[in-house]
Design a binder for this molecule. Structure first.
Ligand code: ADP
Length: 368
């Protein structure tokens, strides 16, 4: 049974991943503007600014290592009925998509798989080891673009809306949800949606996306009924009773696992966009701003205006309302570039992550 905790217990875990220099950045000798201190989980930007986070992952960190240290330990929460959200945050080109999916999911091999395909594997392995339960998995893949919600798995023009149900759960009306019986089922949905995902060329990176992408797994567990006489009516029981059941029924648990590839965090001026693109950049930044405000308000009651958490300020925070705060578990993976040219954007990203984590930073004296 899920217990409701006070929202003041909410804390986002934060991982910072520094990507390696890319081949095009190696044209002249470069020294990283970021020093990493894994023993103390500290990072030094330039020669002065020190930050501390839950996990610090350097440029040589493999996909497997990032997954094992920061993501895998969170997944048990899903089987205990808690909603879990994993964000990738950072400027365009800092490694968010690489971290989430592994890059172009249509062509990469398993070694390069990012956290989504790895988490899917862990979840299906866990299901195999739980004969006491009947667990069903379904998935949705949505994009928030210019404050519209787009269904990446069913591109027919339709209105998608977000509401709260009577039990306080967030319900996305009009979005498709697809039953997945195997890892392959999930990966093919991921491929289909990634292919459709709206991307637009910006001045900074042709592959960049100015939208937020939310891949969600819905995990429903029902303890097997040990009485064989009731099994024959199980199917009709499911159809009738399931919509009425809540998480307080001990034989039934449901949870959502969201993977959110956030839009690039760079400032509008940096993208040198004009007209239509400029408008898009402003909207993206307002979504990230709203998310930062929600996380701040959740972490610190003093930051709540009128006692409220400002979920309603953007589509992304409305959509994630029941998965941010309370007992929900949240990991923000902040991706940063090692380049001196990106120092300002990296500083902004690290400050955003610091605000999310509420970890107090103490300067370190001796930097090796
Ligand atoms: P974003 O999604 O933030 O715009 P990408 O994930 O597309 O950034 O990364 C930009 C480029 O950097 C891609 O070519 C990607 O393969 C590469 N890259 C990012 N992070 C890493 C990493 N940790 N190791 C190797 N290559 C990386």
């Amino acid at each position: 049974m899920k217990m409701l905790a006070s929202e003041s217990e909410f804390r986002v875990k934060v991982a910072v991943r520094v990507r390696p220099f890319l081949p095009r950045e190696k044209t002249h000798e470069q020294k990283s503007c970021i020093a990493i201190h894994p023993q103390t989980n500290q990072i030094v930007l330039g020669d002065r600014r020190t930050f501390k986070y839950d996990f610090i992952l350097g440029p040589k960190t493999l996909q497997e290592e990032l997954y094992r240290t920061s993501v895998e330990p969170m997944l048990n929460n899903v089987f205990d009925g808690y909603n879990v959200t994993i964000f990738a945050y950072g400027q365009t080109g800092s490694g968010k998509t690489y971290t989430m999916t592994g890059g172009n999911i249509l062509s990469i091999g398993e070694k390069d798989y990012g956290i989504i395909p790895r988490a899917v594997k862990t979840i299906f392995n866990t299901i195999q080891n739980r004969p006491d339960c009947r667990i069903t998995i379904s998935a949705s893949y949505l994009e928030i673009y210019k404050d519209d919600i787009i269904d990446l798995l069913d591109v027919n023009d339709k209105d998608i809306d977000v509401r709260d149900d009577a039990a306080g759960n967030t319900v996305v009306i009009g979005a498709s949800e697809h039953r997945c019986d195997s890892i392959d089922d999930v990966v093919s949905l991921l491929k289909k949606g990634s292919n459709v995902r709206h991307t637009g060329a910006t001045h900074m990176n042709d592959e960049s996306s100015r939208s937020h992408a939310i891949f969600t797994l819905y995990i429903e567990q029902r303890l097997h009924d040990k009485n064989p006489n009731t099994n024959t009516v199980q199917a009709s029981f499911d159809a009738l009773v399931k919509p009425l059941q809540t998480t307080f029924d001990e034989s039934y648990l449901s949870a959502k696992l969201h993977f959110v590839d956030l839009a690039g965090s760079e400032r509008v001026a940096r993208t040198q966009n004009t007209g239509e693109r400029f408008q898009e950049s402003i909207r993206i930044n307002s979504g990230l701003l709203a998310l930062g405000n929600v996380v701040s308000a959740l972490s610190d009651p003093k930051k709540r205006t009128g006692g409220h958490i400002p979920y309603r300020d953007s589509k992304i925070t409305r959509l994630l309302k029941d998965s941010l705060g309370g007992n929900a578990k949240t990991l923000m993976i902040t991706c940063v570039s090692p380049c001196t040219a990106d120092l300002d954007e990296s500083l902004n990203a690290l400050k955003y992550a610091q605000r999310a984590s509420q970890i107090r930073n103490k300067p370190i004296k001796n930097i090796d």
